[in-house]
Design a protein around this ligand. Structure first.
Ligand code: NAD
Ligand code: LMR
Length: 332
């Protein structure tokens, strides 16, 4: 067996943490031959829940689990970390404005980014799940001196999976036959789930579903699915979010290509290098393949004017968020 990979999960005592940690311990994050050492970071109020989960992880007797450590110290949590899953975030409270939420999360993600910059392993990969995920990733990335920007990503895989599932349900095809979906922009209600390049069993999706369904049902259903889950379940998505986080990191480490579909892509939010006209540095969602352990944005897709108009709205929202956190002094 190789040396354990250090995986740090913040907000480990929360809902997503409870679902995520057992899947990591069982080998679903990195593969069946990669032992993991788990570090659980919590705030004092959440520490008991994280410690209880650590006991349950021990009781799982997972062969790949080399150890579990709980801490409230970011410097300890990120020392030598290879994979950092930043889940813990400040939820929006009653009467809180968007700016208040960004400020509260800046107080979490700037110190965590700095601790990653100071102590992480050279190959560190970071996935931000806690909302507002894209801008929290930007804050952490900007505080992480010495870590390449491309190592900071935010989760739009849940949106991608939701889009695949909706198209599968509409066409009656299994999800395994769907390819080429794209989520553009922010992980918020302005996101753009795009079917123009999607295929179902090799056939173009736009030939199988009508434009009204795409505009009036598919896009709003996917973009507002988070709110739908909250309304129906009484709290935000947890197991599906954890599952998407597993998909994201597993693809990042092991590659997106599969034997019969080497060109397969997924959706990932990562710091823009100007792709598709998205301003440099904004953490926005793009179609991307993972090749040799790195995300490569799929370039050159045609974006029709009606889709571009939707994407522009989401990019404008990300720019507003960036300006708000810049004004708060949160971008180093
Ligand atoms: P939760 O409230 O159940 O758990 C959050 C945990 O984070 C709590 O235990 C809390 O104590 C901890 N925490 C708060 N501040 C922390 C800090 N500074 N350091 C370490 N831990 C800290 O919430 P949840 O349901 O697990 O969701 C977590 C986040 O994920 C939320 O922001 C939620 O909106 C977001 N989310 C994102 C997606 C996505 O697709 N990007 C999907 C679902 C949920
Ligand atoms: C989701 O997409 O399910 C979550 O981001 C919703 C939320 O606000 O926590």
């Amino acid at each position: 067996m190789s040396e354990p990979t250090v995986v740090t999960v913040t907000g480990a005592g929360g809902q997503i943490g409870y679902s995520l940690l057992f899947r990591i311990a069982s080998g679903q994050l990195l593969g069946p031959d990669r032992p993991v050492l788990l570090r659980l970071l919590e705030i004092p109020q959440g520490l008991g829940a994280a410690e209880g989960t650590a006991l349950e992880l021990q009781d799982g007797a997972f062969p790949l689990l080399a150890g579990v450590e709980t801490t409230t110290e970011a410097s300890r949590a990120f020392e030598g970390v290879n994979v950092a899953l930043l889940v813990g975030a400040r939820p929006r409270g009653p009467g809180m404005e968007r700016g208040d939420l960004l400020a509260a999360n800046g107080g979490i993600f700037a110190p965590q980014g700095a601790a990653i910059g100071a102590g992480a392993a050279d190959d560190v990969r970071v996935l931000v799940v806690g909302n507002p995920a894209n801008t929290n990733a930007l804050i952490a990335q900007s505080a992480a001196a010495g870590v390449p920007a491309e190592r900071f990503t935010a989760l739009t895989r849940l949106d991608h999976n939701r889009a695949v599932a909706q198209l599968a349900a509409k066409t009656g095809a299994p999800v395994s036959e769907i390819d080429g979906v794209v989520i553009w922009g922010n992980h918020s209600a302005t996101q753009v789930p795009d079917l123009s390049h999607a295929t179902v069993g090799g056939r173009p999706a736009p030939d199988l579903v009508d434009e009204e369904w795409i505009a009036d049902e598919f896009i709003p259903r996917v973009a507002k699915r988070g709110a739908e889950i909250i309304a129906v379940r009484g709290s935000s998505s947890a197991a599906s979010a954890a599952s998407a986080a597993i998909d994201h990191v597993s693809d990042w480490v092991n590659g997106t290509g599969i034997p019969d579909r080497p060109e397969r892509w997924t959706s990932v939010a990562l710091p823009s290098e100007g792709w598709y006209g998205v301003p440099e540095g904004l953490v926005s969602s793009f179609p991307a393949r993972s090749v040799d352990g790195r995300w490569e944005v799929v370039e050159g897709l045609d974006v029709a004017p009606e889709w571009q108009a939707r994407i522009d709205v989401s990019i404008a929202e990300l720019e507003e968020e960036r300006e708000a956190v810049r004004a708060l002094g949160l971008l180093g």
